[in-house]
Design a protein. Sequence first.
Length: 325
Amino acid sequence: MRPKLDVNLVRLGRTNTEVSAVSLGTWSYGGPNRVGEQDVGWSGHDDTAATSALIRAHELGINHWDTADAYGGGQSERLIGEMWGDVPRSDIFLASKIGWDPGEYGHFYHPEQIRKQLERSLRNLKTDVIDLYYLHHCDFGEDAQYLDGALELFSRFKDEGKIRFIGLSDWNSKLVLDHVGRVDPEVIQVCRNVANDGYTTSGLRDWVEENDVGAVFFSALDHGLLLGKYSAPQAFPEGDTRNRVPGFGDMELLRKLSSNKEKLEERFEGHPAPVLHGLIGSLLADSKNSCVLVGQRNPEQVEAAAAATSPLSKDDADWVKSLYR
């Protein structure tokens, strides 16, 4: 085994669990996928590369792996579940979610569907317990009719030892803020990046820090768009969620992001992953008890992510954010 890097760890709020500041997101492990007319997966997935990425993540100390029942209809969970012969299950803080498959019940959060999906996730992941189990979004039906039932079930799952902590997620930070009082999650998960900081402007960050809740940020790279590596408009294969991101077709924006990439490389010259260091480190700079999810599809991406776990100074973070406003 190769030696571990000095990966920064953060305390994930009142879970009192130390997780890697840059954690591993596995949405892409589900491969290309469609729901109705919408592309909701990722092209370019390779099981062998992903398996190698998970092994390398463990070697480097990236100990928080995030998945969901909906990623490839369980494919992402199943791939992780095959890893426990190479990676000790006890070394990984494992998160999954429920909320995008209504099954036969007409709503994602129908009690019978929640119970069914949890049992399926446990089987897929080949584990007796999921460390962190999220309500994947905040659509709880008309007048939030399914919320109380979902919370009662989640509490029962805790008592049964099937989950350890409850999480609440959504793309919209304001929706999470609207529901955290009733849900009382140990962890929240929201979209946050240098171009979209609803986490701060909504007031959710203040609530999180006042209540010692862990915060997990996804889409930190805006599906890779913020990396600034595209010199022409992109079209992705069917089933790739990036087809729904308008920025990939906006030449003016692509030029700006490419210019920002060069500025980050100049500012953080000598860093092994200067662009990631700037984009991720600026999010870690001003939020305690928080980590950033980054998709890591192969060992090379894992190594780049592992090198970008340090928060920036306030001056550097403010400078990075100013590039994207």
